[in-house]
Design a protein around this ligand. Structure first.
Ligand code: ADP
Ligand SMILES: O=P(O)(O)O[C@H]1O[C@H](CO)[C@@H](O[C@H]2O[C@H](CO)[C@@H](O)[C@H](O)[C@H]2O)[C@H](O)[C@H]1O
Length: 483
C-alpha cells in the first residue's frame, strides 16, 4: 500500500459516539492480519491456549484510536478484539483477546522487538504492525483517553469521580512475566490491560473499587477504566478491558522480599504476621461490603467433588500427578467428612489467586498493599466472582511460602523451618485481626491447599515446565499426609 492510500477506506468506521463497529467491513483488515497474528499470538506469555494449534481468528471489534494512514513516521493505533479458534481433541469455543496494535511505515530499531509482522495483503499491506504498548507515544494516547471519559467506537472510557490523572505522563511498559500487560505512567500510575477478556464485570475492577469505597487502605483505588460493549450483541454485559490505578513506586513484592529473607537467612515472621493482618482486613472489608453466605453440607460436598474433578482433569494433562491421585483424594474426602459431621463455612468474595507476588511493601515500611484481584486466570470469569471460604486465599499464601522456600539454593531444613515459621506467623496475624484462626479447621485448609497445589502443577506444566518440581514437592507431601 502506498503512503497516500487509506487503510480506513477498507476497514471500519470509528467515529466518537458510535457504540458499535461494523466488523463486516473488517474482513479485509482481518485477512491482512491473520498471518502475522497467527505466528505472534501463541508466543505471547498471556496467550492462554498454549499447546493447541491456532486454527483461525474472528474479528469481533476494531477501533481506530489514531489513524493508520498517516504519512511518514506518525504511528497509527488500532484496538482489536479477536476470537481464536483452536484445533485439538475437544474443539473449544475459543478465547477473546484484546490487542493494541501500532502501525507504521517503518519501525525504529528500538521498537523492533515489538514487531508483530508485516501483512502481505489488505489495508495494512507492507506496514509494520507492532505491539503498541511498547511505543510510549501510543501508550500516551491511551492515557489521554482515560483522562477524558466517553465513547469511541466499541470502547467506553470511565473515570472515578475526583480522580486526578495528570496530563503527559511518560509511559513505560512492564516486561516481566505477566498474565496481562501493564504500563507505568510517570511512576505515579499503572494501567493494566486484560488480555483474555470475557463479558462481565472484571473482579480486578469490581473488588478494588468496592474496597476503596469501604475505606480499606490496603488496595490502590482504581482511578479510571475502560470497557467494550459485547461486539456481537450477545450477553449484553460489557467486557472490562483495562484499569488505571496509583502506582506504588519504590515498593517490592512479597516474593522478592521473601527470597531476600531466605538468601540472607533472615527471619520473615514479623513480615508474615503483618501480611496475615493485612489479608484479614481485606477479607473483613469485602465481607462487610459484598454479599456473603454460609456453605452448608450439600455445598461443601459439591466443593469436594469439584476439587476431585479438577484433580482428575489436571492428572489427565500432567502425567506426573497420576501416582498421587488416591493420596490427594483423601484430603477432599476429609472435607466432605467435615461437612457430613455438621461443619460449615462462611463464603464471601475473595482475592482468588493470593500469593507473595500479589502483595507490595515500600522499603522501610511495614504496610502491605494487595494487588491483582483477577482470580486464577484459567478459571471462567463467572466462577472467579463466586464467593468462597477465606481459607481459599489463606491456602494460596501458605503455598507461596512453600514456593519461596523451594527457591533456596541449598534447600534443606533451614528453608523448611523458614517456611513453617512464616506460615505460622501469617495464620496468627490473620487470626489476631479477624478473630478466625485458619488452623482451627484443618480439614478445610488442607483441602484448599491441595486444590491450590494441583492448580499450580497445571499452571507450571503450561507456563514454566522447569518449575514443575516446585508444586510436585508439595503434592508428594500432601498425598502422604494422613487426614
Ligand atoms: N499499584 C501498583 N504499584 C506498583 N506496582 C504494581 C502495581 N500494580 C501492579 N504492579 C506491578 O506489576 C506487576 C503485574 O501486576 P499484576 O496486577 O499482578 O498483573 P498480572 O495479572 O498480569 O500478573 C506486579 O507484579 C507488580 O510488580
Ligand atoms: O500473578 P498471576 O495472576 O499471573 O498468577 C499466576 O502466575 C503466578 C506466577 O507468576 C502463579 O504463582 C505461583 O508462582 C509464584 C512464584 O512465581 C508463587 O508465589 C505462587 O505461590 C505460585 O502459585 C499463580 O499460581 C498463577 O495464577
Amino acid at each position: 500500500m502506498s503512503e497516500s492510500s487509506s487503510p480506513r477506506a477498507a476497514s471500519f468506521p470509528s467515529s466518537p459516539g458510535d457504540p458499535r463497529v461494523d466488523v463486516t467491513q473488517g474482513g479485509a483488515l482481518l485477512r491482512s492480519l491473520t498471518g502475522p497474528l497467527a505466528r505472534w499470538l501463541p508466543r505471547q506469555r498471556w496467550f492462554a491456549g498454549k499447546g493447541r494449534p491456532l486454527a483461525g481468528l474472528t474479528l469481533l471489534s476494531a477501533t481506530e484510536l489514531l489513524p493508520c494512514d498517516a504519512p511518514g513516521y506518525a504511528p497509527g493505533l488500532l484496538h482489536l478484539l479477536v476470537r481464536t479458534r483452536q484445533s485439538g481433541p475437544a474443539p473449544a469455543a475459543g478465547d477473546c483477546y484484546q490487542l493494541l496494535l501500532g502501525v507504521r511505515a517503518a519501525l525504529p530499531p528500538d521498537l523492533m522487538p515489538a514487531l508483530v509482522g508485516r501483512p502481505s495483503e489488505g489495508p495494512l499491506r507492507d506496514r509494520a504492525v507492532y505491539e503498541a504498548l511498547y511505543d510510549p507515544r501510543l501508550a500516551a494516547v491511551l492515557l489521554e483517553r482515560l483522562r477524558a471519559p466517553g465513547r469511541l467506537g466499541a470502547l467506553r472510557f470511565d473515570r472515578a469521580p475526583g480522580a486526578e490523572i495528570p496530563r503527559g505522563l511518560t509511559a513505560r511498559a512492564l516486561s516481566g512475566e505477566q498474565t496481562n500487560s501493564s504500563v507505568v505512567y510517570g511512576e505515579t500510575h499503572i494501567l493494566k490491560l486484560f488480555r483474555r477478556v470475557s463479558p462481565g464485570l472484571h473482579p480486578d475492577l469490581e473488588l478494588p473499587r468496592a474496597l476503596a469505597e469501604a475505606g480499606c487502605t490496603r488496595v490502590p483505588a482504581p482511578c479510571a477504566w475502560f470497557e467494550a460493549s459485547w461486539p456481537d450483541g450477545g450477553g449484553g454485559e460489557p467486557l472490562t478491558l483495562g484499569v488505571l490505578q496509583p502506582y506504588l513506586a519504590g515498593s517490592s513484592d512479597g516474593w522478592q522480599l521473601a527470597l531476600h529473607s531466605l538468601g540472607s537467612r533472615a527471619d520473615f515472621s514479623a513480615a508474615a504476621h503483618a501480611l496475615g493482618r493485612a489479608m484479614a482486613e481485606v477479607h473483613t472489608a469485602l465481607a462487610q461490603t459484598l454479599p456473603t453466605s454460609v456453605l452448608d453440607r450439600g455445598q461443601l460436598e459439591q466443593t469436594a467433588t469439584a476439587m476431585h474433578d479438577r484433580l482428575a482433569q489436571a492428572a489427565g494433562a500432567v502425567p506426573e500427578l497420576r501416582p498421587y491421585r488416591t493420596g490427594l483424594g483423601r484430603a477432599y474426602a476429609a472435607l466432605a467428612g467435615y461437612a457430613r459431621g455438621g461443619g460449615d463455612c462462611l463464603a464471601q468474595r475473595l482475592h482468588g489467586d493470593l500469593h507473595l507476588g500479589q502483595v507490595l511493601r515500600r522499603s522501610g515500611e511495614a504496610h502491605w498493599s494487595v494487588i491483582d484481584f483477577e482470580g486464577e486466570p484459567a478459571r471462567p470469569l463467572a466462577d472467579r466472582r463466586l464467593p468462597g471460604p477465606p481459607v481459599r486465599d489463606i491456602a494460596g499464601m501458605l503455598r507461596s511460602f512453600d514456593y519461596a522456600a523451594c527457591q533456596h539454593p541449598d534447600g534443606g531444613s533451614w528453608a523448611a523451618d523458614w517456611s513453617r515459621a512464616s506460615r505460622g506467623a501469617f495464620c496468627r496475624g490473620y487470626a489476631a485481626a479477624s478473630g478466625f484462626d485458619p488452623l482451627s479447621t484443618p480439614e478445610v485448609l488442607r483441602a484448599y491447599e491441595t486444590d491450590k497445589a494441583v492448580y499450580e502443577v497445571l499452571y507450571e506444566a503450561r507456563h514454566r515446565p522447569h518449575w514443575l518440581h516446585v508444586p510436585m514437592t508439595a503434592i508428594r507431601r500432601l498425598a502422604a499426609a494422613t487426614p
